[in-house]
Design a protein around this ligand. Structure first.
Ligand code: C2O
Ligand code: CU
Length: 530
């Protein structure tokens, strides 16, 4: 049986071997946390032959970004907090400040963000800027690009913000992301081409932390025992308890889910039966309400911050026009509903009708919903469990979209193809790439200037949202495929993406199911030194 903390211990060990002990301040993995202790800041030396996260190549790439905008100083505190999820439900959890999601950070492309993270948590933490092509030493991956920020410590992330779009940030430490530690990062376009009257940021989440004693760590412990004994917790929130996996003593009811069926994602849409599904931190019984006037054009920026849930999203009484995914523009495409894997974002435009309308996020395959409300006129609030007709039929997915011509990746024969096989399953909960769990010293080499093709061959019976740090690839199954940083691979399917190696450093590739990632489904793309 695998210990919960093995991964991070391995990580530290790998680094010490590869990097000559920069993490000497590390606790050696005995502390009950998912990150290294020690001072904040600084990076380790890269493995021999590879670009170092704070090396000259990284500094040159940062200079080439020519950030000429303002310097935006922001302070964020990661802290234990009691949060109100609505309808009298409050949970003890970890959050950025005392709100869920954390306070949005809004900058303009070309600005420099100088964000100081103060860690008031009992564990080491980190901050990752999901989707940003930023300088590598600010990417926020403990053990790879920085030392974790120890409890009581602080760390300033300072970097040029390259591209406009809808992004978000979260820790890259253990399963902390499945607590309340997430917030939107909106990068405005100094030459915004879209015209709209209002903007609505919609953050989706699946919630377990602090409910009846559950924590994401306890969920991971339960999942890690595997389903090999045949215990199935059943379908629905809470489950009925399995024989194989059970949560650690005092850690609440079983949260394992099996048989989550989705006609889009396949037979196993998720591993975790969450007690709550949230939009902007609220349960459907007491939803967030967005007010506008009839006829307003509203830009809705949708972020899936969930740990283990894909959401199918529709706005009752409205058709949506999809304008962006993962920050990058697409050829405008109409949709009744959208499917978002964990980490994915979509921007849509709607023209508000007159009345009260549910924005429903169906937890795909899990038969539960989250809700927010658009109000432009009189009328009763929608029922908590309302499922607008727009949810039926096939939701729009990224493979059906095309990149806007302005951001289409020019056709080019790949200089290098990196093949990664997805392996593992629920039985042993041994999710991995190429059959071996993550260590920071196994790198997939690329060289600056190359056109790189990544081929993800999924030999598992589950879908996975795959994420590459520091780059925005193009879906390569069709010409003109959309630019994204997170894309879904279906069970037994293959995902092919292309990108230009133009941002030197050491970059994570991983499944954005936080439990899969923590079980081992992560690896590193490393730029070779010239
Ligand atoms: Cu949002 Cu490494 O991920
Ligand atoms: Cu996965």
């Amino acid at each position: 049986m695998r210990s919960l903390h093995t991964r991070r211990t391995l990580l530290g060990a790998g680094l010490a071997a590869a990097g000559g002990g920069l993490l000497a301040g590390c606790s050696g993995g005995s502390a009950p946390d998912h990150g290294q202790h020690g001072g904040s800041g600084g990076t380790r030396p890269a493995p021999a032959g590879y670009v170092s996260p704070d090396g000259p190549e990284v500094r040159a790439a940062e200079e080439a970004r020519r950030a000429r905008g303002r310097v935006r100083a922001v302070r964020v505190t990661a802290t234990a907090a009691t949060l109100d999820l609505g309808a009298g439900r409050s949970v003890r959890t970890w959050a950025y400040g005392d709100r869920l999601p954390g306070q949005e950070v809004r900058v303009t492309a070309g600005d420099t963000l100088a964000l100081t993270l103060a860690n008031h948590l009992p564990e080491a933490t980190s901050l990752h800027w999901h989707g940003l092509a930023l300088r590598n030493d600010m990417d926020g991956v403990p053990g790879l690009t920085q030392k974790a920020v120890r409890p009581g410590g602080a760390h300033t992330y300072r970097f040029a913000v390259p591209h406009p779009g809808t992004y978000w940030f979260h820790p890259h430490s253990g399963v902390q992301l499945d607590r309340g530690l997430y917030a939107p990062l909106i990068v405005e376009d100094p030459r915004e081409p879209l015209a709209y009257d209002q903007e609505w940021v919609v953050v989706l989440d699946d919630w377990v932390d602090g409910v009846d004693g559950s924590t994401p760590d306890a969920v991971l412990a339960e999942l890690s025992k595997g389903m090999a004994g045949g215990g199935h917790a059943g379908h629905g929130a809470g489950g009925t308890g399995g024989t194989a996996g059970s949560p650690p003593p005092g850690a609440g009811p079983s949260r394992i889910m099996t048989g989550a069926r989705s006609d889009v994602l396949g037979a196993d849409a998720g591993d975790v039966a969450y007690p709550h599904y949230l939009v902007n931190g609220r349960t459907p019984e007491d939803p967030a309400v967005f007010t506008a006037r009839p006829g307003d054009r509203i830009r809705i920026r949708i972020v899936n911050a969930g740990g283990d849930t894909a959401f199918r999203v529709a706005l009752g009484g409205h058709e949506m026009t999809v304008t962006h995914t993962d920050g990058f523009p697409v050829v405008h495409t109409r949709a009744r509903s959208l499917l978002l894997g964990m980490g994915e974002r979509y921007d849509v435009l709607v023209t508000a009708q007159d009345g009260v309308f549910p924005l429903t996020a169906l937890a795909e395959g899990k038969d539960r919903t989250a809700l927010a409300v658009l109000r432009t006129g009189g009328g009763a609030a929608p029922a908590a469990g309302v499922r607008p007709a727009e949810l039926t039929g096939r939701p729009l997915t990224a493979d059906r979209l095309r990149a806007a011509p302005s951001v289409a990746l020019p056709a080019r024969t790949p200089d290098r193809t990196v093949k990664i096989r997805l392996t593992g399953g629920m039985e042993k909960y041994d999710w991995a790439f190429d059959g071996a769990p993550y260590t920071a010293d196994r790198l997939h080499p690329v060289k600056a200037g190359e056109r790189v093709r990544l081929v993800f061959a999924n030999s598992t019976s589950m879908w996975h949202p795959l994420h590459l740090h520091g780059h925005t690839f193009a879906l390569a199954n069709v010409p003109g495929g959309v630019r994204k940083d997170t894309a879904v691979v279906l069970p037994n399917g293959t995902l092919t993406v292309d990108f230009d190696a133009d941002n030197p450093g050491l970059w994570m590739i991983h499944c954005h199911n936080v439990y899969h990632a923590e079980a081992g489904m992560m690896t590193v793309l490393g730029y070779r030194r010239k």
